[in-house]
Design a protein around this ligand. Structure first.
Ligand code: ASP
Ligand code: MG
Length: 419
């Protein structure tokens, strides 16, 4: 017998039929003798609708009332799933964040989980009752409802799993696992049986949207075994959780040393959400970079790729970097205001770029991964505008127009294509 958390995202609980399907997945695990806590999202699209209502109601909604409104989608699905389970003869009850309670800080709209009192849940497990929990919400100081930020129910699920000492946190979603790259672009993709926490973190932060980045980080820190799998498989066609054979289904996110045949490159991710900014003819003197990036940091703008040339004449140089596209306007504002102080010729920017990253824990021990990437792109005539690397990732900026070609080329070059 294992203690498992089963998390179902918005598309898995989109209507009553889907909620019945979810109930059957839960019943399968209960019948197999497992202890189950379920974490649910709001029905697909519901949270967006609730957010829009708060904006229609007030130009600048009070964040505490915003949380009251947007957390309600999860309340509905938790109650409906508990009803469906009861209807099938499974003991179940719903839990809202405040009832557990899951304490958070006071950052309404993007709250962090502080602690979870799991004692009360244990008593309910002991009588064989399924806890159906509303994800995404918690209890902030002052007895107010909080929410964890969009996509936060993955984080709720991992936090609950850590708190109750679950053996596994199964994330049920609309895909059957984590793929080597985006299946909408590359047809020869493969599903990964296993991926390490660190690789998954990189994939998630680069826009592979299967799991919220925060949830992966939390799982890594607390050693929660996390698995991504599909809720759309017929519940009676899949076997119940077998702790000795977790990689047989979906994708298991685990420690690096649990992956026997580590590929050098495990996956290729991309994001079109970044914009490139170049400051031309920047005064080449000590403290200039500190000033530029200090100003951006003060404005809470996260800078990613940074390239600075050595100046040819000893007086001027160009500085290129990327920022989230949504922060481009503000970036321009900040730097244009500080132009006399920083001293530069011109600011140019572009949003027609894509950042492509190859990710793999095997890079730590293999040389030549970067050279292979650059070679593969060059063979297709794709120009690289900037490069950045970390221990297990190499990213390049290229023209957005070459996104598909680059992904396909790299996918075959690293031997990821399915035969
Ligand atoms: N319902 C929330 C959202 O749409 C939380 C979640 O689904 O993870 O952001
Ligand atoms: Mg989600």
């Amino acid at each position: 017998m294992a203690r498992i958390v089963m998390k179902f995202g918005g598309t898995s609980v989109a209507d009553l039929d889907k909620i019945s399907n979810v109930a059957r997945h839960v019943k399968r695990e209960i019948d197999a003798g497992h202890e189950v806590a379920v974490v649910v999202s709001a029905m697909a699209g519901r949270t967006n609708e609730l957010v829009a209502w708060t904006r229609d109601a007030a130009a600048r909604p009070d964040q505490r009332e915003y949380d009251v409104v947007v957390s309600s989608g999860e309340q509905i699905t938790s109650g409906l799933l508990a009803l469906k389970l009861q209807d099938m003869g499974v003991k179940a009850r719903s839990w809202q964040g405040w009832q557990i309670p899951m304490h958070t800080d006071a950052m309404h709209g993007a709250a962090r989980i502080l602690d979870i009192d799991s004692k009360v849940l244990d008593a309910h497990f002991a009588i064989g009752e399924v806890a159906v929990m509303a994800g995404f919400q918690g209890l902030a100081p002052g007895n107010r409802i909080s929410t964890l930020g969009r996509g936060g129910s993955d984080t709720s699920a991992v936090a609950i799993a850590a708190a109750i000492g679950a053996d596994l946190c199964d994330i049920y979603t609309d895909v059957d696992g984590v793929y080597t790259t985006d299946p909408r672009i590359v047809t020869k993709v493969r599903r990964l049986d296993r991926i390490s926490y660190e690789e998954m973190l990189e994939m998630a932060s680069l826009g592979a949207k299967v799991l919220q980045t925060r949830s992966v980080r939390m799982a890594m820190v607390h050693g929660v075994r996390l698995r991504v799998r599909s809720s759309f498989e017929a519940p009676d066609k899949v076997p119940p959780v077998d702790m000795d054979n977790l990689a047989a289904l979906g994708t298991l996110v685990c420690n690096e040393d649990e992956i026997m045949e580590q590929q050098v490159v495990s996956g290729i991710a991309y994001t079109r959400d970044e914009a490139k900014v170049t400051l031309i003819r920047v005064d080449d003197k000590p403290g200039v970079s500190a000033r530029i990036f200090g100003l951006l940091a003060d404005a809470n703008i996260t800078v990613d790729v940074i390239v600075q040339n050595v100046s040819e004449d000893g007086n001027h140089t160009d500085v290129t970097f990327t920022v989230p596209e949504s922060d481009l306007e503000r970036t321009r504002g900040v730097l244009e205001a500080a132009r006399p102080e920083i001293g530069y010729g011109e600011l140019v920017d572009s949003t027609d770029i894509v950042k492509i990253s190859v990710i793999g824990a095997g890079m730590r021990t293999h040389a030549g991964v970067a050279a292979q990437m650059f070679g593969a792109l060059a063979s297709k005539g794709i120009n690289i505008q900037a490069i950045t690397t970390s221990e297990i990732k190499i990213s390049v900026l290229i023209d957005a127009e070459y996104t598909e070609l680059a992904l396909r080329t790299l996918h075959s070059s690293y031997g990821l294509d399915q035969d």
